[in-house]
Design a binder for this molecule. Structure first.
Ligand SMILES: Nc1ncnc2c1ncn2[C@@H]1O[C@H](COP(=O)(O)OP(=O)(O)OP(=O)(O)O)[C@@H](O)[C@H]1O
Ligand SMILES: [Mg+2]
Length: 425
């Protein structure tokens, strides 16, 4: 193998006339005799520089690239081991040959630990010294190559990481656009129902007064609320995309329950089902934005209402939990699915909101896939399969968690745990 000298960056460079430049050999010995002897031996092959002590040697190594150093271990002032240690800081790939007289094994062990490639006994034999220096040079070029490969690998790794992040961002963004459309669909359904009612009424009447006028006003108020809701939904997702830091969030659960009841009054999913929304006797506050909590409860309640076309019952209940949850007992099973308990801010008070139905229940294979984006069992065109994925994201962002308990033939209960806020605050 032919070895070419390397510059400080590990590159080989051609000399002025196109000839290969010589490798630089640093000789460090506090005795004039061996220094000169080594200079004579290597002068033709190497660009030889010499130093009479450690300080001079380090200064030289700092000002020019050194390929190989021959160091005497026993020197007055800085010892050869210390020089080696410092050289390693300047350039970890310099090839090093140590010259020893009668060293202890501990000194030799230190030298090997600092990756000296050889140690030669003084007085040295010229052939052995030549071979040792050649091996040290070879080792340096291997070290430089290895370092370059490692650096390249690191570069590639970080490029790959950045690419994965960019793709993840894009994917999240397109999921979010789909989420906006999904969430806005609810209010739009209500708006559409109410406008139909108003249209029918004004088509039949020349003049509106009394009860009918009042009813129309009320419906227009509801439409306005839904339009505001749409605007808030789009604003929320725009905030997500801009990655705004979260402000301190606090919402009255009873106010939200009233909103949800209002919102569902005209929702087609209610049909002839029984919907019970119980307020909490003593109001509790949850650490989440109002629009987010409405969205979570609406998605879960509409799912429960849509679980079967048969008339059934859906109940939304709230409870304040004044202890932390015992997470060690929670385990996914055929009837239970636990989501995001690892991210739950498990400090009392917690708010537990449950949506329970006596619908068909969820078979275990479906239960396992419930929160996957675009997973739906609804006929084509009827469900996007994004509802639960949105619920999960909103709950996760609020440092909450979700438990689903479902028994086929009996029904399903979704419980959302959210960090609560004590009422005094
Ligand atoms: N209460 C429930 N009872 C039975 N199955 C449910 C219940 N809630 C959710 N599921 C199942 O979970 C699936 C995924 O629900 P998700 O809300 O994510 O999407 P979707 O309701 O199908 O579509 P979209 O929300 O767009 O209407 C549903 O298709 C249904 O199979
Ligand atoms: Mg849904």
């Amino acid at each position: 193998m032919s070895i070419q000298p390397l510059d400080g960056n590990g590159h080989t460079e051609l000399g002025p006339a196109g000839a290969l430049p010589k490798a630089t050999l640093l000789i460090v010995d506090d005795e004039e005799g061996p220094r000169q002897a080594l200079r004579v031996i290597f002068n033709d092959e190497y660009d030889v520089v010499t130093a009479g002590d450690g300080v001079e040697a380090i200064e030289l190594a700092q000002t020019r690239p050194i390929d190989v150093a021959v160091l005497d271990i026993r020197m007055s002032g800085m010892s050869g081991i210390e020089v080696l240690e410092r050289l390693r800081f300047v350039d970890p790939t310099i090839g090093v040959v140590m010259m020893t007289a009668y060293e202890t094994t501990e000194t030799l062990r230190q030298a090997m630990h600092l990756r000296a490639s050889d140690y030669i006994n003084k007085p040295f034999d010229i052939g052995t010294m030549r071979q040792a220096v050649a091996r040290a040079l070879e080792r340096r070029s291997t070290g430089v190559n290895a370092r370059q490969s490692a650096e390249k690998l690191e570069e590639l790794k970080s490029e790959l990481h950045q690419k994965t992040l960019d793709e993840e961002m894009l994917r999240t963004q397109s999921d979010m656009y789909a989420s906006v459309l999904h969430d806005i669909n609810g209010p739009l359904t209500i708006i559409s129902g109410l406008t139909q009612l108003i249209n029918q009424r004004i088509a039949e009447q020349e003049v509106l007064d009394g009860e009918e006028l009042e009813m129309t006003r009320d419906q227009l108020r509801r439409i306005t609320r839904q339009v505001t809701n749409c605007v808030e939904i789009s604003r929320r997702y725009l905030n997500f995309l801009r990655q705004n830091p979260n402000e301190t969030l606090r919402v009255s659960v009873n106010e939200i329950l009233t909103d949800v009841r209002e919102l569902l009054r005209f929702h087609p999913a209610v049909r002839s089902n029984e919907l019970v929304i119980d307020p909490v006797r003593q109001d509790v506050h949850a650490a989440i934005s109002g629009t987010d909590l409405i969205q979570v409860l609406l998605n879960l309640t509409v799912n429960a209402l849509q679980s079967t076309p048969e008339p059934h019952r859906v109940a939304l209940r709230t409870e304040q939990v004044n202890t932390s949850l015992n997470l060690s007992e929670l385990q996914n099973g055929p009837c239970d699915r636990y989501m995001n308990f690892e991210g739950l801010k498990n400090e009392p008070p917690l708010v537990a909101l449950s949506i329970e139905d006596n619908g068909p229940g969820i078979p275990p294979p479906t239960l396992a896939r419930l929160f996957e984006p675009y997973f739906t069992t609804k006929p084509r065109g009827q469900g996007t399969g994004l509802g639960l994925c949105i619920v999960q994201r909103l709950v996760r962002e609020a440092h909450g968690a979700i438990h689903v308990h479902s028994v086929v033939g009996q029904g399903t209960r979704f419980t959302v745990y959210l960090p609560g806020l004590s009422n005094e605050r």
